[in-house]
Design a protein around this ligand. Structure first.
Ligand code: GTP
Ligand code: SPV
Ligand code: MN
Length: 557
């Protein structure tokens, strides 16, 4: 218990003592957040066979998860507010007393044979009025090293917390205690006993049984979206599943855009977009790829900030053509989970390059092209610091004014490439009616169409109808609201081919949005919204026939 003696925050110290007594770890470590600390943890993981150093990428490591622990588990994620109505029909509500009692039993002795890491982290810049602090207790060194990339983590956060600052208490265990002498598995977890529970009134998050992504990095979806959305409702702001980017036109005029797409529907790729041939005089900058916290400003505009410091990005499909900025971001000091390993000591995934003649796949098995299995898991990911992103916006740590909000989804039919809402109220309705085909980012049937309002279905911490109401209420206070658009980069043609080339070419959509924001192009008014005219859509340099355009932009089937 020596490790916590120096803590000046009495309440936090007591909480850690009390939890440690219950979790029964064999050691306790308060994380400082230094590179040396992370290096030592990763070295230790390699020694135990739980991580593999990637010789071709300095400071990079590969992790292979248990094949039953590969994505967020929405079916085991609960909002345990005091009354079911506060959670609403879209959330999985859990009775707080019952869930707490059950999880307390599960946590009893859960860290036996392991180290309890205390991870102080800050979502948003330390000291900013927009930021929120969390303290995660975890028995996963992988989580510690990931949290160091994804958040501001370590001693400086404890300093900011002072003697009585408030924080969200986050308790996480992989749920696999070790008996004396028991050999650890390469990815400890407890897939039969997974639960992620939020107790909003108690400022508390419990997560048990999974070590993967949003289940385990509790700053991200749990604090950054579910808890933060509740804070936002109470305090008059919005916590959104949105990328944040800057777009500058050839004349040097710049706009900031936030865009909400469901998981694995293109946020990271859009946020790091590289201008295509013919549009090299446009500039795109990255502020965030997953979460935006949005506050009304005194000037009647909306201001957004990315509370994270890294990317937990989908690896498959990320290549030098589609997203070179993401590849540069994860060239060093990054973690890779469930990708393949090449024989010469690099990582590989589908879409990165031509497949090599032999690989070790994400489960550690021999793999050759044509063997009939993908080499990587479809939800394989890289964890990389935003500081290494070449397209990083110089103002990425500041709140930036929004000129446009975009709602997007994965729709192979019916939904056009781009449509502008008639006004804020209509735009919010477009967002509220978002439907998307499910992806491998969470449990559920891939491809199945489901309603996903504002891409927040899995992440809103309270009743969806109140959330939509909150959006409308915020809109009423804005003298200069951003324009709201709807996009779909995934519409398919008769041969199951994508009708729109996507990726870098999506800048054309952003350019049209930019021109609409600045009143530079007309649009066709329809009852469903404002549509671009083929003649003024920025297609220069891309061969795209009117016939194909009509198929792409048609409303409905
Ligand atoms: P989360 O991190 O889960 O929130 O996902 P995300 O919204 O950031 O999605 P991401 O950008 O990682 O893209 C997910 C998958 O969609 C990847 O395999 C991409 O290659 C693919 N993708 C992204 N943008 C496009 C596009 O414009 N067109 C097509 N066809 N595929 C795309
Ligand atoms: C998502 O699923 O939207 C992600 C990945 O960004 S995870 O962190 O696992 O939630
Ligand atoms: Mn996401």
């Amino acid at each position: 218990m020596k490790a916590v003696e120096g803590l000046e925050h009495e309440q936090l110290k007591n909480w850690i003592y009390e939890r440690a007594k219950h979790l029964k770890p064999s050691a306790l470590h308060v994380c400082t957040g230094t590179a040396e600390e992370s290096d030592a943890l990763l070295e230790g993981l390699c020694a135990k066979g739980q991580a593999i150093r990637i010789p071709k990428r300095p400071g990079c490591f590969l992790f292979r998860s248990d094949p039953r622990d590969v994505a967020r588990v929405e079916s085991k994620t609960f909002v345990c507010s005091q009354t079911a109505q506060v959670a609403g029909v879209n959330n999985r509500w859990g009775d707080p007393d019952a869930f707490k009692a059950c999880l307390e039993r599960w946590f009893d002795g859960a860290m036996q044979g392991r180290t309890l890491y205390v991870v102080p982290f800050c979502m948003g810049p330390i000291g900013s009025p927009y930021s929120r602090i969390g303290v995660q207790l975890t028995d996963s060194p992988y989580v510690v090293c990931s949290m160091r990339i994804m958040t501001r983590m370590g001693s400086s956060v404890l300093e900011a917390l002072g003697t009585q600052g408030s924080y969200v208490a986050c308790l996480h265990s992989v749920g696999m205690p070790l008996a004396p002498g028991q050999k650890d598995s390469t990815w400890p977890c407890n897939p039969d006993k997974v639960c992620i529970a939020h107790f909003p009134e108690a400022n508390l998050i419990y997560s048990f049984g999974s070590g993967y992504g949003g289940n385990a990095l509790l700053g991200k979806k749990c604090l950054g979206l579910r808890m933060a959305s509740i804070m936002g409702k109470q305090e008059g702001w919005l916590a959104e599943h949105m990328l944040l980017m800057g777009v500058k036109d050839p004349q040097g005029q710049k706009s900031y855009i936030a865009a909400a797409f469901p998981s694995a529907c293109g946020k990271t790729n859009l946020a790091m977009l590289q201008p295509p041939e013919g549009m090299k005089d446009w500039t795109v900058t990255t502020l965030g790829d997953d979460i935006a916290w949005i506050h009304p400003g005194k000037d009647g505009r909306l201001y957004a900030i990315n509370p994270e410091t890294g990317f937990f990005g989908v690896a498959p499909g990320t290549g030098p053509e589609t997203n070179p900025n993401a590849l540069m971001s994860c060239a060093r000091n990054s973690l890779f989970t469930n990708v393949a390993l090449t024989d010469d000591g690099d990582v590989w995934w589908e879409g990165l390059s031509e497949p090599p003649a032999h690989l070790t796949d994400w489960q550690g098995c021999h793999w050759t092209p044509g063997c009939g299995r993908p080499a990587t898991h479809p939800n394989a990911r890289f964890t990389a610091p935003i500081l290494q992103c070449p397209s990083r916006d110089p103002d990425w740590e500041k709140p930036v004014p929004l000129d446009a909000i975009v709602f997007g989804a994965r729709r192979s039919t019916d939904v056009p490439l781009v449509l502008e809402s008639l006004n804020w109220v209509h735009g919010v309705q477009l967002g509220a009616n978002l439907c998307s085909e499910q992806t491998a980012a969470a449990d559920g049937t891939v491809g199945q169409l489901r309603k996903d309002p504002m891409a927040m279905l899995p992440f809103c911490g309270y009743a969806m109808e109140d959330y939509i109401q909150h959006w409308q209420a915020i809109g009423k206070t804005l003298a200069h609201p951003p324009k709201i658009f709807q996009v779909n980069f995934f519409r398919k043609g008769a041969y199951n081919d994508f009708l729109w080339p996507g990726f870098g070419q999506n800048l054309r959509v952003l350019a049209w949005i930019f021109q609409r924001v600045h009143g530079k192009v007309p649009a066709q008014q329809t009852p469903e919204g404002l549509l671009p005219f083929y003649a003024d859509f920025p297609l220069k340099g891309l061969e795209y026939s009117q016939e194909r355009w009509d198929a792409l932009q048609r409303l409905g089937e």
